[in-house]
Design a protein around this ligand. Structure first.
Ligand SMILES: *Cc1c(COP(=O)(O)O)cnc(C)c1O
Length: 373
């Protein structure tokens, strides 16, 4: 509502020129978002799922390869892995941050992989696939422990792709570099989603890849546009995965507000913490390590009687969510991967206890008092 006039101007401009795909609004947003993330390149695509898939393709990952990620994420992370022909390989999360546990990543590489000296490749013993990449997911708006993950990845020569779809503007203090880094600037490339409910949301579907690698950006520009750099000269097969000009224009308007909106989320998180502190024995609060500046895409608490609490809140017209109720390794879609209940105990425990409370920039302190009451 507060942006209506500006958004209608964008729509008017697009209707006037009939430039609906590509063009100056897309190029403009790409420049602005690259700058916001502190990277050299941003390539607008059709969704966060496209962003992940195109980044994997551009890195040359395909059939026979395995990509390590966590089972505590939205299914798009693993859909993108499977859709390039690779296999998802899971490691468990850290119970405090809900993100990939670097110790579990190391343990997996040491204990469940073999180094094939003939090919020089790291192989997952169970599936025989070549371990090619690792995808830390910056869940709920907080970055994974990237220093530790990057160090392990370097040792094993794995490509790191960030799933930053929930973390627009989140920051991580790199002890190695002694400076704060933005989500989307630390891996080989990163995927963002601008699904309407994300911290930066379009008025429809949209996504982007950020990277410092010019060749990678160029490849993704081709992949999103049917594999062509020059019209009707197709070097490879690609996808129809471009960012709409209207969405790019909307995103430029909203990007100017993003830092302020993220601050409002952080303030709301502080208020929840203060209000919930007296009952912290029964309501587990999110952990924000000193190396993290989270942007609270979600404010997730932990409770034993989760279903009862969700029902009570629902009856008081307070909307909540569960992100996510069923770990990916226990989803029907992945029954073929050979995991079972007990494979990832931290993820499974967390999935039974998490509850996402109302969280958005316009949430008032009075509403938060009401939720907590
Ligand atoms: C939203 C999301 C995606 C996918 O984004 P879409 O734009 O919906 O395709 C991927 N990963 C995570 C963690 C997400 O939250």
């Amino acid at each position: 509502e507060e942006l209506k006039a500006e958004l209608l101007d964008v729509l008017g401009a697009a209707l006037k020129t009939a430039g609906f795909i590509g063009g100056p609004m897309v190029a403009g947003f790409e420049r602005e978002f690259a700058e916001f993330c502190g990277v050299a390149h941003c390539v607008g695509v059709g969704s966060g799922t496209d962003a992940l898939r195109f980044a994997f393709m551009a890195a040359g990952i395909g059939p026979g390869d395995g990509i390590i990620t966590v089972p505590h994420t939205f299914i798009a992370t693993t859909e993108a892995i499977s859709q390039v022909g690779a296999s998802p390989l899971f490691v468990d999360i850290d119970e405090a941050t809900y993100n990939m546990d670097p110790a579990q990543l190391r343990k997996y590489l040491e204990e469940q992989c073999d180094f094939d000296t003939a090919t020089g490749k790291l192989v997952d013993r169970k599936t025989g696939c070549r371990v090619a990449a690792v995808v830390p997911v910056h869940l709920y708006g907080q970055m994974a422990d990237m220093d530790a993950i990057l160090e392990i990845a370097e040792k094993y020569q794995l490509i790191v792709m960030e799933d930053a779809c929930q973390a627009h503007g989140a920051e991580y203090f790199s002890r190695k570099e002694n400076r704060w880094r933005k989500a989307g600037s630390m891996g080989k490339a990163a995927a963002f989603s601008f699904y309407p409910g994300k911290n930066l949301g379009a008025c429809g579907e949209a996504g982007a890849v950020t990277t410092d690698d010019a060749a990678m950006a160029q490849k993704i520009r081709m992949i999103r546009d049917h594999g062509q750099a020059t019209k009707y000269y197709h070097d490879v097969e690609g996808y129809n995965g471009r960012l709409d000009a209207i969405q790019a224009g909307f995103l430029s308007i909203k990007l100017r507000r993003l830092a302020g909106w993220n601050e409002k989320r952080q303030q709301a998180a502080d208020i929840y913490r203060r209000l919930l502190e007296p009952m912290k024995e029964v309501v587990g609060l999110p952990t924000e390590p000193s190396w993290s500046k989270a942007v609270y895409h979600l404010f997730v608490v932990r409770v034993q009687a989760r279903e009862a609490l969700q029902k009570t809140l629902g009856e008081a017209n307070i909307g909540t969510g569960i992100h996510y109720p069923i770990p990916l390794h226990l989803q029907k879609a992945y029954s073929g991967l050979g995991y079972q209940s007990g494979s990832f105990p931290v993820t499974e425990k967390v999935a039974r206890e998490i509850l996402s409370l109302p969280m958005f920039p316009g949430l008032s302190a009075a509403q938060q008092v009401q939720v907590v009451a």
